[in-house]
Design a protein around this ligand. Structure first.
Ligand SMILES: Cc1cc2nc3c(=O)[nH]c(=O)nc-3n(C[C@H](O)[C@H](O)[C@H](O)COP(=O)(O)O)c2cc1C
Ligand code: SF4
Ligand code: SF4
Length: 298
């Protein structure tokens, strides 16, 4: 099978998942190409040379990010083309289920087929930082979900559940303001005195929204995707992210996945007694384990 994985990533969690997926599909003999969306280039890809296309994105406010949706809408999916979705986010809220609603509408419009959709859990790049031990457990569970994904795709087994009315409503209500929210919020982005002038944020911003003016100061334009790449990776933690920061939602410093992968966990982090924010993981993990057992016996 010749497969193309098209994905958008802000702080590289989706890139991480996409690379894992690529190597797992290659292990079963597929030929896999990766295409990371550049929000400044919405040109059409030649999709007809592939047998199947995977679409990956981080969930932003219960929706697919605008940059992802815009790119997908600019494509022409060949009639009957097989596609699948692999999205990721920090929580399992049912409201996230319908985040692909508009993507699905576009695929249907073109006559493409989407029978498989998978939700990977990856640590937040906004709101609060996840503990490394928990992230390790998430990566282990994602490996199990990848087992399921690869098996089901290879055996033509569909895996889709209806989105439900409530997730659809939430996703629709949040998507409209969110898609202009980044542009509005970037009026309030600023850099403080801790800035060392390394220019990493200028180089890495996917929309070239950050510039250094003649007076040496960094300024933000109004083409912000709220992807968090600039503030997340600023080595001096000097970037302030507008109203999101008023709510204490900034996370600074990338997750070191290589180091996290090497952690040896001697006890489960999520247990049936887990309470609070991560309580919702219990059900998700039970479902992954149940399906894994059905397919592989463990
Ligand atoms: C603007 C914004 C909105 C987000 N909204 C959600 C959300 O609604 N639900 C959720 O579980 N995670 C949410 N997240 C967290 C990301 O989905 C998660 O950290 C993801 O793994 C980031 O992937 P990336 O590194 O490829 O950008 C949001 C992140 C950002 C930046
Ligand atoms: S990444 Fe941070 S330290 Fe580097 S130029 Fe940007 S704001 Fe300054
Ligand atoms: S300004 Fe920052 S948050 Fe906005 S698009 Fe650029 S890197 Fe992403």
């Amino acid at each position: 099978m010749k497969c193309l994985l098209i994905y958008f990533t802000g702080t590289y969690n989706t890139r991480y998942v996409s690379r894992k997926l690529k190597s797992r599909l290659e292990e079963v003999g597929w030929q896999v190409n990766l295409y990371e969306i550049d929000p400044l280039n919405n040109g059409r890809l030649n999709l007809s040379e592939y047998d199947i296309i995977g679409l990956g994105y981080p969930i932003h406010g219960y929706c697919a990010p605008w940059a992802f949706l815009r790119f997908i809408r600019a494509q022409k999916f060949p009639e009957g083309m097989k596609t699948f979705i692999y999205k990721n986010s920090g929580e399992t809220e049912r409201a996230n289920d319908a985040s692909s609603k508009y993507v699905l509408r576009k695929l249907r419009w073109d006559g493409a087929v989407m029978n498989n959709e998978y939700h990977f859990l990856m640590p937040y790049n906004i709101h609060f930082r996840f503990d490394d031990n928990l992230v390790k457990e998430m990566l282990v569970m994602n490996d199990r979900l990848l087992d399921i994904l690869v098996y089901e795709l290879c055996h033509g087994i569909s895996n889709r559940k209806p989105y439900g009315i409530w997730p659809r409503i939430v996703s629709s209500v949040v998507s409209r303001p969110q898609y202009i929210g980044g542009d509005v919020n970037s009026f309030f982005y600023r850099v403080d005195d801790k800035c060392t002038g390394c220019n990493l944020c200028v180089k890495n911003c996917p929309t070239k929204n950050i510039r250094r003016d003649a007076d040496g100061k960094l300024r933000f334009g109004h083409h912000c995707l709220m992807c968090m790449r600039c503030s997340f990776y600023c080595p001096a933690d000097a970037i302030h992210i507008g109203f999101l920061e008023q709510w204490g939602w900034k996370v600074n410093g990338g997750y070191d996945f290589r180091k996290i992968e090497a952690i040896e966990l001697d006890h489960p982090v999520i247990t049936p007694d887990t309470k609070g924010f991560f309580h919702c993981y219990i059900d998700t993990y039970e479902k992954i384990n149940k399906r894994h057992k059905e397919l592989f016996g463990d």
